[in-house]
Design a binder for this molecule. Structure first.
Ligand code: ADP
Length: 171
C-alpha cells in the first residue's frame, strides 16, 4: 500500500472513502466530525441516526468503525471511527491502532481502494500528535488490506512537518 502525507482538509479529498474522527454517539460534533457533516450535508447524519437505531443503540464502541455514504463530499463513503481520549484511556496503543485497522477492514468490505485518514484522537481527544502519527503509520505500513492508497491528511503545516519527521524515524 502506498502511504501519502499531505496537508489539507479531509472533506476535500477525492478518494473512495474518508475517515471521520467521530464519537460514540455518531450524531456529529466538533473538529473533523463537524467539518464532514457540514460539508457532506444531512444525508450522512440521517444514516448515522439509522445506524444508532439499528446496529448501535448504545453508540459505536471506541476503536470500531462503520460506514455511511458521503452525501455531497467528493468521496463515496465516510467511515466513522471512534478514537480513544488520551487522558482517560489506559491502553495507549491498541485502541488507537484499532481505529485504523477497523477502518481499513470496512474499506475492504466496501471495495474502497483509496482512503484518507485524519489524525484520529489528536484534536479534541488530545492524543500527543507525534505518537498519534507513529501509531497511524505503524498500522498503515503493516496492514493486510486491498486498499492501495492511504492518505494521512494533516490539518496544518506544523503537523505535516512533524509527520514527515516521524515517518523518517524508520530505519
Ligand atoms: P478527535 O476528537 O478524535 O481528537 P478532532 O476532529 O478533534 O478529533 O481532531 C483530529 C485531528 O484532525 C486534529 O489534529 C485536528 O487538527 C484535525 N482536523 C480538524 N479539522 C480537520 C479537517 N477539516 N481536515 C483534516 N483534519 C482536521
Amino acid at each position: 500500500m502506498q502511504i501519502e502525507l499531505i496537508q489539507g482538509d479531509i472533506t476535500a479529498q477525492h478518494v473512495d472513502a474518508v475517515v471521520n474522527a467521530a464519537n460514540h454517539r455518531l450524531l456529529g460534533g466538533g473538529g473533523v466530525d463537524g467539518a464532514i457533516h457540514r460539508a457532506g450535508g444531512p444525508q450522512i447524519l440521517a444514516e448515522c441516526r439509522e445506524l444508532r437505531r439499528t446496529r448501535f443503540p448504545d453508540g459505536l464502541p471506541t476503536g470500531e468503525s462503520v460506514a455511511t455514504t458521503a452525501g455531497r463530499l467528493p468521496a463515496r463513503w465516510v467511515i466513522h471511527t471512534v478514537g480513544p481520549t488520551y487522558a482517560t484511556t489506559k491502553d495507549k496503543t491498541h485502541l488507537l491502532q484499532s481505529c485504523y485497522r477497523t477502518s481499513l477492514a470496512v474499506a475492504d468490505e466496501l471495495g474502497a481502494t483509496s482512503i484518507a485518514f485524519p489524525l484520529v484522537s489528536s484534536g479534541i481527544y488530545r492524543w500527543p500528535k507525534d505518537d498519534a502519527i507513529r501509531q497511524a503509520l505503524y498500522v498503515l505500513r503493516t496492514a493486510d488490506t486491498a486498499v492501495h492508497t492511504a492518505t494521512l491528511v494533516l490539518y496544518d503545516e506544523a503537523t505535516l512537518t512533524l509527520a514527515r519527521r516521524v515517518s523518517d524515524e524508520r530505519d
